[in-house]
Design a binder for this molecule. Structure first.
Ligand code: NAD
Ligand code: ZN
Length: 366
């Protein structure tokens, strides 16, 4: 078993990575009060087939709807009411079993119910294993935007069993690899080049089957990158903002197209492509490097264009409403080189709009 821990203002969180993780004995040893697992309906059905005994480790199971709509005030309220029905009190432990949606909603319920319950994260998507389960950001969405209501609430532990990924749809794997691409561009040219060469040869299917060890290695690398940044900057005051690479433009197109046409990680991949292209327009990143980034992104996003027509005005409007905007300056994460990114303030939003138009016409071509 690999154990990686990170320190934060509330103490320390341990992350365990192991195939075939011994959940039952772990929870027996580590939880004294009642334990309540929370999973989305789709995953609960899958796990009851792939791991028939899994939910027996908990006193109760609460299911929430599948997908992003579960991160809403209505579902938050329903979840809290279920906790009350089950007699949850301050000694109760919540266990989020699932992707980032379940983790964010459960974490937020844990942060707020009776002013705070213990939470464990059992991430079951690649995205949640390498990213969302780590760092204590929890929250729900408003109509005005994603994650606008939330809290920092660190889990007591994060239990990562890569074997859960075996049932993950290929599209979810590719999409999450967009966040892996982000880590490599932020941290290491060498790792980026090796990621690129694997991506050019393999498919999500071959990674899930014949090269599962490679995928497990990437999970560990992703966890370590995320931990390093969270430790350096728990509350996202400075370096953690680098994790927004690809997310400013990404969030705008994600919001515009919606989940059915574009997954979060796909939108982020395209955002990274734009950031790399923008960097070369500014004279920083070499064209060959942009080309490598483009090749990775084209592998990770579906080859068909979304059916919805590109609408520049609406997309720019979403982009400039991004919550990272301070006054009229947009803080943009841009790779100076592969392996080194910086937060670049963009004041001239007309210039940025022009660049987005150019990127759309000459690169993305949607
Ligand atoms: N808190 C953070 O720091 C942070 C960071 C990044 C993203 N997020 C949030 O994470 C969310 C996205 O997370 P996600 O991509 O994991 O989405 P998700 O939770 O919606 O899961 C995606 C789909 O995979 C299914 N699924 C989950 N595990 C599976 C498995 N093992 N086998 C088969 N199917 C499985 C789910 O039922 C769902 O249909 C977004 O809401 C985003 O805002 C949070
Ligand atoms: Zn993301």
């Amino acid at each position: 078993m690999k154990t990686i821990s990170y320190s934060h203002s509330a103490g320390k969180t341990e992350i365990f990575i192991q195939r075939n993780f011994p959940f039952s004995s772990f929870f027996k040893e580590n939880v004294t009060g009642k334990s309540i697992a929370i999973a989305d309906e789709n995953l609960a059905g899958i796990i009851s087939k792939t791991h028939p005994d899994f939910f027996k480790s908990f006193d109760h199971l609460i299911t929430i709807p599948e997908g992003e709509p579960a991160k809403s005030f209505e579902e938050y309220e329903k979840l809290i009411e279920r906790l009350v029905d089950f007699g949850a009190d301050r000694t109760t432990t919540l266990v989020a079993v699932g992707g980032g949606v379940t983790g964010d909603l459960t974490g937020f319920a844990g942060a707020t119910f009776m002013r705070g319950l213990s939470v464990y994260q059992v991430p079951t998507t690649l995205l949640s294993q390498i990213d969302s389960s780590i760092g204590g950001k929890t929250g729900i969405n408003l109509k005005a935007g994603k994650n606008l209501v939330g809290a920092f609430w660190q889990p007591k532990g994060i239990l990562i069993d890569p074997d859960f990924l075996k049932s993950l749809p290929q599209r979810e794997v590719y999409s999450a690899l967009g966040e892996m691409l982000k880590y490599f561009i932020l941290n290491s040219e060498e790792e980026f080049l090796s990621f690129h060469s694997v991506l050019m040869k393999e498919t999500a299917d071959s990674l899930l089957n014949s090269h599962f060890d490679l995928l497990s290695e990437w999970i560990e690398k992703g966890v370590r990158y995320k931990v390093a940044i969270v430790e350096a900057d728990e509350k996202e005051l400075n370096v953690r903002a680098l994790l927004n690479l690809g997310h400013t433009f990404g969030h705008a197109i994600e919001k515009y197209y919606g989940y059915n046409e574009l997954r979060h990680g796909e939108a982020v991949s395209i955002g990274i492509w734009f950031a790399a292209w923008l960097s070369s327009e500014m004279g920083w990143l070499a064209h060959e490097k942009v080309n490598l980034v483009r090749e990775c992104v084209l592998k990770l996003v579906p080859s068909e264009k979304p059916s919805k027509q590109w609408n520049e005005e609406v997309i720019l409007n979403y982009l400039f409403k991004d919550k990272k905007k301070e006054g009229s300056i947009l803080k943009y994460v841009i790779p100076e080189t592969i392996g080194k990114c910086r937060i670049h303030p963009i004041q001239d939003l007309n210039w940025l709009s022009g660049k987005i138009r150019e990127f759309h016409q000459t690169e993305l071509k949607w």
